[in-house]
Design a protein around this ligand. Structure first.
Ligand code: NAG
Ligand code: NAG
Ligand code: NAG
Ligand code: NAG
Ligand code: NAG
Ligand code: NAG
Ligand code: NAG
Length: 829
């Protein structure tokens, strides 16, 4: 009976667990300074806030907008980032005085360069916050052109730098975006000191191409946070991504929505109506939501991934990071992909109408006089332009590709991303995402059919950063991350980190494959043919072509025990055997090759995978640490424990735990039962993937055996299981009592666990279908106002969604780096 219950419970538990999406854990973690992932770091004490990055076309030069300076960095070398030139651009004493007189903190008054764009081969355009009075200037490279210049110069047209209003924010923490196309600068930023007047505008236009901006009419932009902009040449359009208040959902106080907006580069405004205003502006709701769950409604970053070669431009994908306005989802983020074709379709359908009297949006069907968002309305009639002016909010939302989330992280606030297609050894293209976390790690994820797999994480900065930036150089195979800690160059992969074919294949990194001939893990792009690689399945046996036709046990199990490290100890001392971490997705466990048991009563498997126990006569002998990952089993460490021969009065090494540990043999009585089960359960292996952690019950049979077996075992050193069977009758009564007790304990535990899981699942599921949150949710939303959201107006810094968060929750973001501590020596304590 009890056994049946026990057998059933884990299944229920697992069923509940599988309802939640699995947690994404990076397979390998490289804290800063790890030898496996050496980073090149550019830092100089006189250069701060290196956060605006611009890569030259040949990707040999990185231009950096910093505090009071624009730099040109030579990034063509692998081992170093070398500064080529530095242009100082500080506000004058008078400007700084005024800035502080306006009540601004002096540390925010320097000139933070926030716009840095190429105009043509010889000139750049830069804008900075300049003591809360933004300025812009043309820059050029003396002598050798921009890319190889030894000296960056400011080429002020006339004497004074240009006014930067509408091109650059006043507040260095306010987010903005800028892009140049054909020498014209397109910007989205706030155009006033208080940050109340958002504007999307065009500058530096010449001739009949006049500078344009968004009409100030109500409703074009509603308190937006600008995120990014992309030019799509095939459409001759620029797409802007931002979040704003979704006034069309007026039943919730401040429902934030993410938007994509578009304008045509050919736009020249209207002749009477919409003079010097966009005639091609349209916006639509970007929806990042899994059915019946709360939407991830606040966009944090968006980048474009061009279509694969030969595919139509409409297959361009926009990958975005989204977080949620609601605290139930705080600390989580989602990645959604949107197809250009879907965005175009949304803009070509119906539009919502704003009733100017009630200020309510409706979806009234009306006669379509024009197609809002269409390019080429230069000579359109006033009637057409009035229609366009009124109809700019698309009725439909843009749905993500596959109508689902590309990836969800339950425990990471992602802030920036980059994407790249990588051709694997099987000639299939895989999408790789580089995701920057608020806590300073760069995650590298590959998108597979079954979902995302995070290959690794690399720590790139230590303190949470309010403003940061990321730039991928595909040709160089590196990611640049700019923060106030400097510029860091992260190679996209280090295949030689994987010492064996199994490790190389288990990584499932499309960048890396095992070259059988060279016996090395090499870059896929550099190798010729026949690489061992299986990105989709991670099947080691197949990819590594293991030729030995032995049984799996013989092949992957303990084959060569003599290679184990010998550890000499005296009896009754506590010994700790270490097991290296090769992957956080692997489950590690210890075995004694002769079939004897590793019982949780006598042996403690610690969170770091090591094994601790008191050395007794029966515990002498060989030990193996095995790891199982993706169905593949390998030996990570082997030890041989032997008794120290002549060491009668060896002082034990300091150990606070030895006292408690030596009491372990006492735990042989049946009374140890509840303790064991309680102990076994709340010990999730920190280094293994949650979700695949074995359910608490799996350790119970072992515990049962050992409790019954120990006395015999210690006496006879015999094999465990058979002994248990032989002697079990004498323990029958105890066994029954214990079973019942155990069942009670376990069900209590499971109830607690189930409750936890249910809570988590429920948190992520809300009674809502499709569009905006439904009425039923309203109360919940009101009940838990997002701190981010409420802070929006009151505090300038909080306006920056992704960016200021890091600052606001400074310490909270500091996760402890867990990771690959190589082959540590075992330490007899
Ligand atoms: C790659 O990893 C290996 C092994 O840890 C290390 O020796 C090497 O320096 C690394 N190389 C690069 C370029 O990161
Ligand atoms: C580049 O743009 C600058 C500023 O508009 C202009 O003075 C210069 O002549 C242009 N150079 C070329 C090669 O077009
Ligand atoms: C993510 O951000 C939320 C609020 O924005 C914060 O509460 C949470 O601690 C952050 N989590 C991490 C892991 O940085
Ligand atoms: C618009 O009208 C002007 C003069 O009325 C004409 O020169 C121009 O070519 C027209 N543009 C287009 C695109 O039709
Ligand atoms: C500039 O860097 C400092 C640390 O060096 C940081 O405290 C500050 O928030 C940064 N400011 C901006 C606008 O990035
Ligand atoms: C795999 O092993 C078989 C038999 O040992 C051999 O014929 C085959 O060429 C090997 N394949 C690769 C890719 O090494
Ligand atoms: C075990 O390893 C040792 C040392 O590496 C080696 O000399 C020996 O041949 C191996 N034995 C077997 C059976 O593989």
């Amino acid at each position: 009976m009890a056994q049946q219950v026990i057998a059933l419970l884990p299944m229920v538990f697992l069923a509940m667990l599988s309802q939640c999406s699995p947690q994404l854990t990076p397979r390998i973690s490289f804290p800063k300074g790890s030898p496996g992932r050496p980073l090149v770091h550019f830092y100089r004490p006189d250069i701060c806030n290196t956060t605006t990055l611009l890569l030259s076309e040949d990707e040999d030069t990185l231009f950096v907008g910093a505090r009071n300076a624009v730099l040109s960095l030579d990034v063509s070398q692998r081992e170093a980032i070398v500064i080529r030139s530095k242009l100082d651009w500080s506000p004058s004493e008078k400007d700084l005085e005024q800035c502080s007189m306006k009540g601004k903190d002096m540390v925010d008054c320097p000139n933070f360069i926030r716009v840095l764009q190429f105009l043509n081969t010889t000139h750049m355009y830069a804008c900075g916050t300049y003591a809360f009075s933004p300025r812009c200037s043309y820059l050029w490279g003396f002598d050798y052109g921009l890319q190889h210049t030894e000296e960056l110069l400011m080429a002020s047209h006339g004497s004074k730098p240009e006014e930067g209003r509408g091109r650059c924010p006043y507040d260095p923490y306010q987010r903005n975006t800028a892009i140049t196309v054909d020498g014209e600068l397109y910007t989205a930023t706030v155009a006033d000191y208080r940050g109340n007047r958002p504007v999307i505008s065009r500058h530096l236009s010449e001739g009949s191409h006049v500078d344009l901006k968004l009409d100030d009419t109500l409703g074009w932009l509603e308190d937006p946070t600008f995120i990014s902009s992309c030019f799509v040449p095939s459409e001759e359009k620029i797409y802007f991504f931002f979040s704003e208040v979704g006034r069309e959902y007026d039943f919730i106080d401040k429902f934030v929505v993410s938007r994509v907006a578009q304008i045509c580069t050919s736009d020249v405004g209207g002749q009477r109506t919409l003079q010097r205003r966009w005639t091609t502006f349209a916006k639509a709701h970007l929806l990042c939501q899994a059915s019946s769950e709360l939407p991830y409604n606040v966009v944090q970053d968006v980048i474009a991934l061009p279509p694969p070669e030969g595919a139509p431009a409409d297959d361009t994908l926009f990958y975005g990071i989204f977080t949620s306005q609601w605290s139930v989802n705080s600390g989580q983020s989602a990645v959604c992909a949107f197809r250009l074709r879907d965005i175009k379709e949304t803009f070509s359908r119906n539009y919502k109408i704003l009733n100017r009297d009630t200020l309510r949006w409706s979806t009234r069907v009306q006669e379509k006089i024009a197609n809002p968002g269409e390019c080429g309305l230069h000579n359109a009639s006033d009637n057409t332009l009035r229609f366009v002016k009124e109809n700019f909010l698309a009725d439909d939302s843009v749905q993500p590709v596959g109508r689902s989330l590309t990836m969800v992280s339950q425990d990471q606030n992602y802030s920036h991303l980059a994407a790249q297609r990588v051709r694997a050894a099987n000639h299939k293209d895989y999408t790789i995402l580089f995701l920057l976390t608020e806590s300073g790690y760069l995650h590298k994820a590959v998108l597979l059919e079954k979902g995302a797999h995070i290959i690794e994480e690399v720590q790139v900065f230590q303190q949470p950063q309010a403003v940061k930036n990321m730039q991928l150089s595909v040709s160089k195979g590196v990611v640049f991350v700019g923060t106030s800690e400097g510029v860091v160059r992260v190679p996209v992969a280090n295949c030689s980190f994987y010492p064996s074919c199994a490790q190389c294949v288990l990584a499932r990194d499309p960048f890396c494959g095992w070259e059988h001939a060279a016996q090395a893990c090499v870059q896929t792009s550099l190798a010729r043919t026949g690489l061992g690689q299986d990105v989709d399945g991670g099947d080691v046996e197949e990819a590594c072509n293991a030729t030995t036709p032995l049984s799996p046990r013989a092949r992957f199990g303990p084959t060569n025990l003599t290679t184990g490290q010998t550890v000499s100890v005296t009896l009754n001392k506590v010994v700790r055997l270490r097991c290296p971490v090769t992957s956080r997705h692997a489950r590690r466990h210890w075995e004694r090759p002769d079939g004897r048991l590793i019982s949780p009563d006598l042996y403690l498997q610690l969170e770091d995978g090591s094994l601790r126990f008191v050395v007794t006569l029966p515990s002498l002998g060989p030990y193996l640490c095995l790891s199982t990952e993706n169905g593949y089993r390998q030996t990570l460490a082997a030890y041989h424990i032997e008794q120290k021969t002549a060491a009668p009065f060896l002082t034990p090494a300091t150990s606070a735990t030895s006292a408690s540990a030596t009491t372990l043999p006492a735990a042989t009585s049946v009374g140890a039962w509840p303790k064991t089960s309680a102990e076994a359960e709340p010990r999730p292996d920190a280094t293994s993937v949650s979700g695949t952690v074995s359910p608490p019950l799996t350790t119970e049979p072992g515990a049962m055996n050992s409790a019954a077996v120990w006395p015999r075992d210690s006496a006879s050193r015999g094999g465990g299981e058979r002994l248990l069977l032989a002697h079990s009758p004498s323990y029958l009564k105890e066994l029954v009592v214990v079973s019942v007790l155990l069942a009670l304990c376990v069900s209590a535990l499971l109830t607690a666990a189930l409750y936890g899981v249910r809570q988590r699942c429920r948190k992520r599921t809300a009674p809502q279908a499709g569009g905006p949150p439904g009425l039923g949710e309203r109360e919940a939303l009101r009940g838990e106002p997002s701190p981010r959201f409420n802070g929006k107006r009151s505090n300038g810094h909080a306006v920056l969604n992704g960016q200021a968060n890091g600052q606001a929750n400074g310490q909270a973001c500091n996760t402890t780096p867990k990771g690959s501590n190589g082959h540590l020596p075992n330490t007899p304590i």
